[in-house]
Ligand binder design. Structure first.
Ligand SMILES: [Ca+2]
Length: 153
């Protein structure tokens, strides 16, 4: 008897709240469709800004490296040269503790792509974050030559 009563009661309840749930879900859906893209947009923007800040740190480290050693790391030495002394660099010339503590990554946890010499003319090196899609050479890439007229495009 108790079980039967419980079942009827719960069916009745779920029937009663079903319309409410539909309404609430619909309202949440409408709100989410308005709010979520904005939040996502903002967080992407924040990540791009954080990535640019990280790139500035890398650039500063590279310039300091160049001041000490009169050259930039080669593409094959890579940004690793900022953390650990490349074998081609004399110990005396290399700054104690390196030029950055850790190899910086972009806001999506991916390493930066470093190229020296630059493929883009004016800059001493190319520095790229693959952006949100984590793919090189796509629209969302963040490059150190963005907004600079390199004369090559
Ligand atoms: Ca990309």
């Amino acid at each position: 008897m108790r079980i039967a009563h419980f079942r009827i009661n719960s069916i009745h309840r779920s029937g009663f709240t079903f319309l409410e749930i539909i309404l609430v879900v619909t309202i949440i859906g409408i709100l989410a469709s308005i709010v979520v893209p904005r939040l996502v947009g903002r967080s992407t923007q924040a990540k791009v800004m954080a990535t640019r800040a990280q790139m500035s740190t890398v650039k500063t480290a590279l310039i300091t490296f160049e001041m000490d050693l009169a050259r930039f790391p080669t593409s094959s030495e890579g940004l690793q040269a900022l953390v650990n002394r490349p074998s081609s660099v004399p110990d005396d010339d290399y700054r104690d503790g390196g030029y950055v503590d850790n190899l910086p990554k972009d806001a999506w946890g991916e390493p930066f792509i470093y190229k020296h010499p630059s493929n883009h003319g004016l800059k001493d090196f190319d520095l790229t974050s693959k952006g949100q899609d984590r793919q090189e050479g796509t629209e969302d890439d963040i490059n150190n030559w963005d907004g600079i007229d390199t004369g090559s495009r």
